[in-house]
Design a protein around this ligand. Structure first.
Ligand SMILES: C[S@@+](CC[C@H](N)C(=O)[O-])C[C@H]1O[C@@H](n2cnc3c(N)ncnc32)[C@H](O)[C@@H]1O
Length: 235
């Protein structure tokens, strides 16, 4: 009853007003989405796809056909291939022939061993996990370029288990954020999932260096303090 009253009371509160803009684009290439004038974000809150083979296209394709966003089955797979973690339809066969892009290793000490273990049970799944983290690596590299100094990032992610192999998604995110130049990176466990007992959800916290620290390390470039802006990624 208390909760119901709280919800009822909240209906009479005016929500805070904020300018809101939506950009359509690929989170692996944010500089193509945001012009130089539109960068300098001070906050990011997002839940990226998890590496658990959940396909957004698989769930949504009936509605997408109805609304005219997809013409046929092939289009569903092609769109899922562009999504991080997508494996629906032709995305599955494309994954079979996918090869790493060669832009460096995933900077987590046991990553190659984990991918090999998963790939021994099912080669496609090993490929899937490898590509997922390559895509997240591209995202993080492009994210840095659109953030202001001292920006706060909050990523909600879940870990995964393939056969007997645990995939410590949160730990890999920490290593990758640090490798991409983020600082004060930490993990907060927020809830246990209702599926396998080892599965949890986490917030991975990461920051860009503050301007004063950057100034000590590099010559000053932009003296203007950025206005507070936040961004959330979605397709
Ligand atoms: C777990 S959902 C989260 C939705 C929402 N961003 C949020 O934080 O609540 C992950 C979303 O990422 C989108 N996505 C997948 N690959 C993407 C990409 N390359 N660029 C932008 N969004 C992508 C998916 O379509 C899906 O909507």
């Amino acid at each position: 009853m208390v909760a119901a009253n709280k919800i009822a009371d909240s209906l009479s509160i005016e929500p805070p007003a904020a300018d809101c803009r939506v950009f359509l684009g690929d989170s692996r290439d944010l500089t193509a989405v945001l012009s130089a004038r539109e960068r300098g974000y001070t906050g990011v809150i997002t839940s990226p796809p998890y590496p658990n083979r959940m396909s957004y296209i698989r769930e949504l394709r009936p509605y997408m056909y109805r609304l005219g966003y997809l013409a046929d089955g092939r289009a569903a797979g092609e769109l899922d291939w562009k999504a991080i973690g997508g494996t629906w339809g032709c995305a599955t066969s494309l994954l079979n022939t996918w090869t790493p892009n060669g832009h460096g290793q995933i900077p987590f000490p046991q990553f190659d061993r984990i991918v090999d273990d998963i790939g021994r049970g099912n080669a496609l799944l090993g490929q899937y996990v490898h590509k997922y983290f390559e895509d997240i690596k591209s995202h993080m590299a492009s994210l840095r370029q659109v953030l202001a100094p001292g920006a706060n990032c909050r990523y909600i992610v879940g870990n995964s288990k393939f056969y007997d192999t645990m995939l410590p998604v949160e730990g890999i995110y920490v290593a990758m954020f640090e490798d991409a130049g983020f600082v004060d990176v930490s993990v907060e466990t927020i809830r246990k999932r209702t599926s396998k007992k080892e599965l949890f959800e986490f917030i991975v916290h990461a920051h860009t260096r503050r301007a004063d620290v950057q100034r000590r390390q590099h010559p000053p470039k932009s003296p203007a303090a950025p206005a507070h802006r936040s961004i959330s990624f979605d397709r």
